[in-house]
Design a protein around this ligand. Structure first.
Ligand SMILES: CC(=O)N[C@H]1[C@@H](OP(=O)(O)OP(=O)(O)OC[C@H]2O[C@@H](n3ccc(=O)[nH]c3=O)[C@H](O)[C@@H]2O)O[C@H](CO)[C@@H](O)[C@@H]1O
Ligand SMILES: C=C(OP(=O)(O)O)C(=O)O
Length: 428
């Protein structure tokens, strides 16, 4: 198992190109199950998660061809026919979003068997809302031995799906299933993340009729068939926010390109409140901090456009060196403070009680061995390592590889002293 070693203290200076969004790409890839024609996705991130999903799709009958086009990495997906409507445990357990093949499989073939999903262990993460959405579209759902069996032999039918809480995955799943359902569907209390708009735009380019994505109510007029399309994956707002925080933590000036500042407005507001300079540019943003110590600020995670839970760990790392006490409330996942004790190994002063963490800023962090526990927690440790004195070694980096493309290269190009140590993690 690889490790990442960081020698802290170097300021960051330079440019970081942001990749396509992991959390959008993997849902867009699942959309290829809905048509026998080719779906071309450009601005594709090359990540462990996109590879896992590619493997699962190949098992189901999709041809997956990766190449480098004019605008960078792209993937051509073609599902001429579904050769198997079974998504096995070994391919679904690694990643939560692989569960989103269930709806498209039922929509296209009338039945499917998909293992209950895995993903980051940041909470209980049930799939009840996904299943309720499919039931509202007329699917019959049964659970046996860790698998969900869904059947709609005469096809899915449009319906009203009202979510009791906002769910990103369930909203996307409902969209993916409803586009081929007969009649109209309304999704109420839908997630409003930018990835909803990205998915709707891709589905519409394939011939679907989706409106309202990005608001709390999405309308879908079902169509009989979908065609192929070409679609550019939206910029990764979590990668954008992560490098914005990294620049603020290490100090210096970093320009983030191929992205959009409005995707992380709630983070920018908090960074500015803390004393970081953030400027919007035509193709991204510039983040600057020169010397001055930051001020502690409070955050509450919330569904978009609120402060993203996927940026909470990184922001906590930033607050470990701020002046004063920062209160961080995690409202989306019940177990998403696993980075707090690891940051503590670097000398951070953090106490956690339920969904609230109190971070009392310290003068300096000191490098240590730390353990990556989940994807965003892992990167928060890298960020802390950039500012810690001496060497920080982050163990178990497979989590990082799920969601950050060429992390060492991107940070290294801006002057960070960061390297990957291949293999040899005794903890694994
Ligand atoms: C692959 C992907 O896109 N992952 C993102 C997605 O995860 P994911 O789609 O899993 O997150 P959800 O928005 O569904 O989860 C929100 C809350 O709803 C709960 N819930 C969800 C579904 C369900 O059927 N029942 C239920 O109770 C969850 O346990 C959680 O407490 O959105 C999260 C919230 O922005 C992000 O942190 C993840 O990075
Ligand atoms: C939690 C995440 O991923 P997943 O939903 O796949 O576990 C994430 O991207 O931060």
């Amino acid at each position: 198992m690889d490790r990442i070693a960081i020698t802290g203290g170097a300021q960051l200076k330079g440019e970081i190109p942001i990749s396509g969004a992991k959390n959008s790409a993997i849902k867009l890839m699942a959309a290829s199950l809905l048509t026998e024609e080719p779906l071309r996705l450009t601005n594709m991130p090359r990540l462990a998660d996109t590879r896992f999903l590619g493997k699962l799709l190949q098992r189901l009958g999709t041809e997956v061809v990766e190449s480098v086009g004019e605008d960078g990495p792209e993937t051509l997906l073609r599902t001429k026919e579904i050769v198997s409507a079974i998504a096995p445990y070994d391919l679904v357990r690694q990643m939560r979003a692989s569960f989103n093949v269930l709806g498209p499989l039922v929509a296209r073939t009338g039945q499917a068997k998909v293992s209950l999903p895995g993903g980051c262990t940041i909470g209980a993460r049930p799939v009840d809302l996904h299943l309720q959405a499919l039931e509202a579209l007329g699917a019959r759902i049964d659970l046996h031995e860790g698998y969900v069996y869904a059947q709609a032999p005469r096809g899915l039918k449009g319906g009203r799906i009202e979510f009791p809480i906002v769910s990103v995955g369930a909203t996307e799943h409902a969209m993916l299933a409803a586009v081929l359902a007969a009649g109209d569907t309304e999704i109420v209390n839908a997630a409003q993340e930018p990835e909803m708009i990205d998915l709707a735009e891709c589905l519409n380019a394939m011939g679907a009729k989706v409106s309202g994505a990005g608001t709390s109510t999405i309308q879908i007029e079902g169509v009989g068939r979908l065609s192929g399309a070409s679609h550019a994956v939206i910029a990764d707002r979590i990668e954008t926010g992560t490098y914005a925080v990294a620049a603020a933590m290490a100090g210096g000036e970093v320009r983030l390109t191929r992205t959009r500042p409005e995707l992380i407005q709630s983070l920018i507001d908090k960074m500015v409140e803390a004393g970081v300079e953030v400027t919007a540019n035509a193709d991204g943003l510039t983040v600057k901090r020169n010397g001055r110590r930051l001020r502690a600020v409070e955050i509450d995670t919330a569904p978009y456009p609120g402060f993203a839970t996927d940026l909470q760990a990184q922001f906590m790392a930033l607050m470990t060196l701020a002046e004063g006490e920062s209160v961080i409330r995690e409202t989306i996942f019940e177990n998403r403070f696993m980075h707090a004790p690891e940051l503590g190994r670097l000398g951070a002063d953090i106490s956690v009680s339920g969904g609230e963490a109190r971070v009392r800023g310290v003068e300096a962090l000191e490098g240590a061995q730390v353990m990556a526990t989940d994807l965003r927690a892992s990167v928060s440790l890298v960020i802390a390592g950039l500012a810690a004195r001496g060497e920080t070694v982050v163990n178990r980096v497979y989590h990082l590889d799920r969601g950050f493309e060429r992390l060492e290269e991107k940070l290294g190009a801006c002057g960070a002293e960061i390297r990957r140590i291949k293999g040899g993690d005794e903890e694994e």
